[in-house]
Structure formats: structure tokens, C-alpha cells
Design a protein around this ligand. Structure first.
Ligand SMILES: Cc1ncc(C[n+]2csc(CCOP(=O)(O)OP(=O)(O)O)c2C)c(N)n1
Length: 378
């Protein structure tokens, strides 16, 4: 048969039946960030939870101001403040059960402290003293992660392993808006959705990745919309509304625990302070913008709700502030003590089997320290 004859015999046929693998409609986030405080939904929230959230927010704000002050006194090398983002930090900690795991970024010391980590230990890494500063297994808090988004595949790996072992464990991973542009974000969400891992991703969209505004970070309708492309639900929530974040994260954690797979939650919030104490935020954003967000402050929102409903009075406010002051005084005092450090610790726990280069560097430092000691004794 000639080629032309073969072609003549061909009858174009439609493609095999196609339908979407999952219905995208239920995965789509709300059109607006979900809110509870100041809406009818607030009446359904347990007053004890609202009070607990309030006490933790007040303590968290004080922790942020105290840690920032410690950088000015040279007691802390650097501090990325989460002032303005306390509702996300606290809600993330409170929705987890003891057996669950938290995967924080460098900005999430507060989440770690709200989960019960010692406030000084939470600052060890930022003081530059030691690796991590706490035992991640003891607290079920992964190391505060400085390389952007690398905590996300770790969270998926842990959640997937837990599921394979039949352990009833959920992992909650925190990431910033800038972190969503990292390859690790894509890989983590893709694996999590394909494996239906019990993991929840909380993106704290605080408006900026250092000086880069969200508009330069993504063209997506919202960061929550990214979930649909991976085949998981996306939820959009007011990140300054502690009750709303607690509810949305709580639902996502329960969904993951019940075998429903991962959820991507975008909390819309704002970083009131500069990126860190080393950053000058006035170079890339105006004071008006900051003031607009100050008016939507997470503590003020909750305080208003509680006082309107007669759940908080002057004494209650004072008690929360006093408790925060006690925590700050203790943090100050303990951070003002010089830690006793062994520089050789730098090489411990880096690899299970140290590399030849690491051994070489270890020997060099040991020799240097020995020479220094000898000089001191001469
Ligand atoms: C892989 C990687 N690239 C770059 C950096 C430098 N860096 C540190 S913080 C930051 C901005 C991150 O912004 P975002 O994810 O929005 O989190 P935020 O600091 O606002 O909480 C960058 C680029 C880094 N730490 N890791």
C-alpha cells in the first residue's frame, strides 16, 4: 500500500473519553478571606478558646518585642519578628495534638513557644549558639528552617511515613508567601496530594518576601488557588482573625487525620515590623499601608470581640498583660546570662558519618583552640 493509500484509509476519530480526575469546584478557595470575629459565626466559638487565644496573642506580642529588644542589646544575633502575625502563629500551635508535628520557618518561633517550647531554647539558633537548640523529637517541632520552603518536603515525608506506619499523626508546615515560589513548595504539595498525606500547609501571606511584594511573587488569583492545580483544597482565611485561622486550620487538620489528604491554607496577614532587625522596611513600603494594617490588629480584634460579649474585663486584660510581662522578664534574665559553649559542638550532629572535609575542619579548629589555650597559659 502506498503512503497516500494508507492515508486514504485513515478515518479521524475523537479522542478517548476525557473527564477531570477530580472535580475542581470543591477545591476552590472562598472568594474572600474567611472571617469569624465580628460576624455571626463568632457566637459559635467556645468562650474558653477565645480567652486562651487572647492570652497567647498577648504573650506572643510581648515575646516579639522582647526578642527584638534583645537584638539591640547584642544578646541575639537576629530576630525575624512576627508582630501582626500572632493569630497565625498561635492558632497553628493550638490546633495540633501532642503527637502531631509542627514544621516552622525562621519566623515561627512564636508558634514553637505557643506549642510549649522553652522561650530561650526557641532563640538558641537565632543567638547563633548551637544547632536548633532543642530536641525536635521531644517537642515534635522540626528545626526552625532558614532555607526557604525546605521544611515542606520534610513535613510531607514525615506525614507520609506516619501514614504508612499507621500512626495517627498530622504534620502542619508553615511557609511565607515568598516561599511559595520555591521548587520545594511545588514538590511538597505535589507529593502530598498524590500520596494523600496527612499534612496541612499554612502560607502566611504577610505581603512581602523581604522587600518583594506579593504582586512580584505570583500572578495567581490568590496563593490558596495554587492548591487546585495539585488536587487539594485551598482555603483563604483572614490571618489576623485568630478564631477564623483556628477554625480553618482545625478543619484542615481533622480532614487530614481522617484520611482526607492535604490542604493548603492561605492566611492573609501583614508583617508589621521589618523583615528582621537588620532590615529597613521604610525603603519599600509606605507608612499608610502599615497603619491600615495596624487598624486590623489581631489582638485588638479579639479584645473587642471578647469585651463586647462580656467575656473580658479590665482585670482580664491586666492579667493577660501581667502574665506576658512575667514571661518577658524571665526571657530577658536568662538571655542576659552568658551561655557556656563548646565550639567543637559545631561539628556534632551534622552528618551521621562526618565527611572528610568536616573532619579536616574539625581538626583545624581543635588545633586552633589548643594553641589559643597554650598561649593563654604562657
Ligand atoms: C532558599 C533560600 N533562598 C533565599 C533565602 C534568603 N531569604 C531569607 S528570607 C527571604 C524572604 C522570604 O519571604 P517569605 O517566604 O514571604 O517569608 P517571610 O520572611 O515574609 O516570613 C529570603 C529570600 C533563603 N533563606 N533561602
Amino acid at each position: 500500500m502506498t503512503v497516500m493509500e494508507q492515508r486514504g484509509a485513515y478515518r479521524p476519530t475523537p479522542p478517548p473519553a476525557w473527564r477531570p480526575r477530580t472535580n475542581p469546584a470543591p477545591l476552590l478557595p472562598d472568594a474572600r478571606p474567611y472571617r469569624v470575629l465580628g460576624t455571626e459565626a463568632a457566637a459559635d466559638v467556645d468562650p474558653a478558646l477565645l480567652r486562651r487565644l487572647y492570652a497567647e496573642l498577648v504573650r506572643g506580642r510581648r515575646y516579639n518585642t522582647q526578642a527584638t529588644a534583645l537584638t539591640k542589646q547584642g544578646r541575639l544575633a537576629v530576630y525575624p519578628s512576627s508582630t501582626g502575625q500572632e493569630a497565625c502563629e498561635v492558632a497553628a500551635a493550638l490546633v495540633l495534638k501532642e503527637r502531631d508535628w509542627l514544621f516552622p520557618s525562621y519566623r515561627d518561633t512564636l508558634a514553637a513557644v505557643a506549642r510549649g517550647l522553652d522561650p530561650v531554647q526557641a532563640l538558641t539558633l537565632l543567638r547563633g549558639d548551637w544547632h536548633t537548640g532543642y530536641d525536635p523529637h521531644e517537642h515534635r517541632i522540626a528545626p526552625l528552617c532558614t532555607p526557604l520552603a525546605t521544611q515542606l518536603p520534610h513535613a510531607v515525608g514525615l506525614a507520609h511515613a506516619a501514614r504508612l506506619k499507621g500512626d495517627d499523626v498530622v504534620a502542619l508546615a508553615l511557609v511565607g508567601d515568598g516561599g511559595t515560589s520555591e521548587g520545594d513548595f511545588h514538590e511538597a504539595l505535589n507529593f502530598a496530594a498524590v500520596w494523600q498525606s496527612p499534612v496541612v500547609f499554612l502560607v502566611q501571606n504577610n505581603g512581602f518576601a523581604i522587600s518583594v511584594p506579593l504582586a512580584k511573587q505570583t500572578a495567581a488569583p490568590s496563593l490558596a488557588h495554587k492548591a487546585v492545580g495539585y488536587g487539594m483544597p485551598g482555603r483563604l482565611v483572614d490571618g489576623n482573625d485568630a478564631a477564623a485561622v483556628h477554625q480553618v486550620l482545625g478543619e484542615a487538620v481533622a480532614h487530614a487525620r481522617a484520611g482526607g489528604g492535604p490542604t493548603l491554607v492561605e492566611a492573609v496577614t501583614y508583617r508589621i515590623d521589618a523583615h528582621t532587625n537588620a532590615d529597613d522596611a521604610t525603603r519599600y513600603r509606605g507608612a499608610d499601608e502599615v497603619e491600615t494594617w495596624r487598624a486590623h490588629d489581631p489582638i485588638a480584634l479579639l479584645e473587642h470581640e471578647l469585651t463586647e460579649r462580656g467575656l473580658l474585663d479590665e482585670d482580664g486584660v491586666r492579667a493577660a498583660r501581667d502574665a506576658a510581662e512575667t514571661m518577658a522578664a524571665d526571657l530577658r534574665e536568662r538571655m542576659n546570662q552568658d551561655p557556656v559553649l563548646d565550639p567543637m559542638d559545631l561539628f556534632a550532629h551534622v552528618y551521621a558519618e562526618p565527611t572528610p572535609q568536616l573532619r579536616e575542619q574539625e581538626a583545624l579548629l581543635r588545633a586552633e583552640l589548643a594553641a589559643e589555650q597554650e598561649g593563654a597559659h604562657r
